[in-house]
Write a protein that binds this ligand. Structure first.
Ligand SMILES: [Zn+2]
Length: 318
């Protein structure tokens, strides 16, 4: 993927507003994001366009075909000014731990909580990079239980909790220095072989070396094409956190984040969207500046298919 379109990233809110404070500025940026080389007419291949004055359309100067700037992006159908969207994305990506819907409502001056909630979910949809590369080399994988307010029965699949499968790139023994690579998290129906192996197949390249505990669900990994390094341990957390330190560090971070920023108020239906946001932040934790996350997200946003309010409410997969 091409580098972000900015070389001079906004450093703070004033420089952000200087750069993206108006709809026209945001529009110009989206045009560049959609046609990074230069405008190219899908109809005739011509490379020059008129910018429509009122509508968000670029019109081919040769054949007159109209190209919507927003069609096929998360901004499609938006009736709100682009500058408002850019500001919301800036607020979400510039705060270290992200912000809650309530906080977004307050900062954007939205009339309703529902609007802020929907915007946040639309923005989260753009957090998965289209066509991202699978994890590789050395992986630690495990699963954990997230959420649930009822004190359910202990163990896997306890009442009201969701099984979350995780995998992180980690050199053995380097966790103290926190030299972890990229992360993937997926809410799965259960801790069966089908779910956990399925998660790894979808997210980890072969033949990576995968370290897990001794759970039977992972025993098919060699047959699936991985180098499997199972660790024999009793399934007490204390020991697991020492023997699989990287993924347990990650699980601790995501649970703290859900409790902190979102007060644990995340339903099972929407958990994946929050996991996606956490992964987006984790995988860009060493980015040179928060604005780097902003630039990435806008870039993803123009490549991310729009979702309807209905799809979001029902937690349809991205
Ligand atoms: Zn044309």
């Amino acid at each position: 993927m091409a580098e972000p379109l900015f070389t001079d990233l906004p450093r703070d809110l004033p420089s952000f507003l200087e750069r993206f404070g108006t709809d026209a500025q945001c529009r110009a940026h989206l045009v560049r994001a959609r046609w990074p080389e230069s405008f190219r007419c899908a109809e005739c291949g011509h490379d020059r366009a008129w910018s429509h004055k009122k509508r968000l359309i670029e019109e081919c100067r040769a054949c007159g075909k109209q190209h919507s700037i927003l069609a096929g992006t998360i901004f499609e159908q938006t009736k709100t000014g682009l500058a408002r969207w850019f500001l919301a994305i800036y607020l979400v990506t510039s705060s270290k731990g992200g912000i809650s819907a309530l906080e977004l409502q307050r900062q954007m001056g939205f009339g309703s909580y529902g609007t802020a909630w929907t915007w946040l979910h639309k923005i989260r949809r753009a957090m998965i990079r289209p066509g991202r590369e699978p994890l590789a080399d050395r992986i630690e994988a495990d699963e954990t239980l997230v959420g649930g307010t009822r004190p359910g029965k202990r163990g896997r699949g306890a009442e009201g909790k969701t099984v979350v499968a995780g995998a992180v790139e980690a050199e053995r023994g380097q966790t103290r220095g926190r030299r972890l690579g990229r992360l993937r998290l997926q809410a799965v129906p259960d801790a069966t072989k089908a779910s956990l192996e399925g998660f790894l197949e979808a997210n980890v390249a072969k033949p990576a070396t995968v370290t897990t505990d001794g759970l039977a669900s992972y025993r098919g990994l060699p047959e699936a094409g991985y180098v499997h390094e199972p660790i024999n341990l009793t399934r007490s957390w204390g020991e697991a956190s020492q023997r699989l330190p990287a993924i347990h560090l990650v699980f601790g971070l995501v649970k703290r984040w859900l409790l902190g920023t979102h007060h644990g108020a995340v339903s099972a239906k929407h958990l994946q969207a929050y996991l996606d946001e956490h992964v987006f932040r984790f995988n860009r934790r060493t980015a040179r500046s928060p604005a780097h996350r902003f630039a990435r997200l806008v870039q993803h946003a123009v490549q991310t298919k729009p979702t309807t309010y209905r799809q979001i409410v029902h937690g349809a997969p991205a």
